[in-house]
Design a protein around this ligand. Structure first.
Ligand code: GRF
Length: 220
C-alpha cells in the first residue's frame, strides 16, 4: 500500500501513521503528503521523514479542473494507491473521490453520524458534544464520499465524556484513540480485509484468525 496523507494542521495522526509503519505494525509506505496550507505542522513532519510534500491551496488554481489536474499529477507521480485524510479541511474534488472510492478514508473525532458534517471540525466538534450533554463521544474512520463525514463507517471506538471536561481535554482524550484507530484501519486495507457492500463495511478475519479457526475442532 502506497499512501498519500492529506493534512491541513499539526499532523499528529500523520505522525501516528509514520510511527506505526516504523514499528513494523502497518505494512505501508507514505509516498506523499498533500497540504493546502504552507504553514501546516504536517509539512515539517514530512520533511523530517524525507517524504515529498505537495502544497496545493485550491484557491490558487484558476478553476477546479486545474486543481484536480495538479492533484492527480502528484498522486500519479508518487504512485499513490490509497489516500488517508488526516485533518484535511478542504473538500476533495468529485473526480478524485470517484477515482479513489473505497481507497480513501478519513478520521473524524466523534461517533458519526453525530457531531459531523460541514463546519464540524477541530474543537467545534468537542464543544458541540459538551454543549449537547452527550455521555459518550469517540472516533470514526470512514470511507470518503462526496459529502462531509458521510461515507460508510470502517471502524469506530467510543470515548467517555467526563464531568470536568473542557473541549481541549476531551479533544486530547479522543486524539489518543485516533492515533491507535487510524493505523489500525489502514492496516485492514493493507491486508485486504475490508469488504464494502453499500453502506456496510465488513472486516474479514486475518489469515492468522482464519487458519486458527480451521484448525480448531470446536470451530464451525
Ligand atoms: C483530528 O481530530 C481528526 O480527527 C480531524 O482533524 C484532527 C487532526 O488532528 N479530522 P492532527 O492534525 O492529526 O493532529
Amino acid at each position: 500500500m502506497r499512501l498519500a496523507v492529506f493534512a491541513s494542521g499539526g499532523g499528529s495522526n500523520f505522525q501516528a501513521i509514520l510511527d506505526a509503519i516504523q514499528r513494523g505494525e502497518l505494512p505501508a509506505e507514505v509516498g506523499l503528503l498533500v497540504s493546502d496550507r504552507p504553514t501546516a505542522g504536517a509539512i515539517r513532519r514530512a520533511e523530517a521523514h524525507r517524504i515529498p510534500a505537495a502544497i496545493l491551496p485550491p484557491s490558487t488554481f484558476e478553476d477546479e479542473s486545474a486543481y484536480v489536474y495538479a492533484l492527480q499529477k502528484q498522486l500519479d507521480e508518487h504512485r499513490v494507491n490509497f489516500i488517508a485524510l488526516a485533518g484535511y479541511l478542504k473538500k476533495i474534488p468529485s473526480p478524485i473521490v470517484q477515482q479513489y472510492y473505497g481507497r480513501m478514508i478519513n478520521i473524524h473525532p466523534s461517533l458519526l453520524p453525530a457531531f459531523g458534517g460541514k463546519g464540524m471540525y477541530g474543537l467545534r466538534v468537542h464543544r458541540a458534544v459538551l454543549a449537547y450533554g452527550a455521555k459518550w463521544t469517540g472516533a470514526t474512520v470512514h470511507l470518503v464520499d462526496e459529502e462531509y463525514d458521510h461515507g460508510p463507517i470502517v471502524l469506530q471506538e467510543p470515548v467517555p465524556v467526563l464531568p470536568e471536561d473542557t473541549p481541549e481535554i476531551l479533544a486530547a482524550r479522543v486524539l489518543r484513540v485516533e492515533h491507535r484507530l487510524y493505523p489500525k484501519a489502514l492496516g485492514l486495507f493493507a491486508e485486504n480485509r475490508v469488504e464494502i457492500n453499500g453502506r456496510t463495511v465488513t472486516i474479514k478475519p486475518s489469515h492468522y484468525e482464519s487458519d486458527h479457526s480451521s484448525r480448531n475442532p470446536y470451530g464451525p
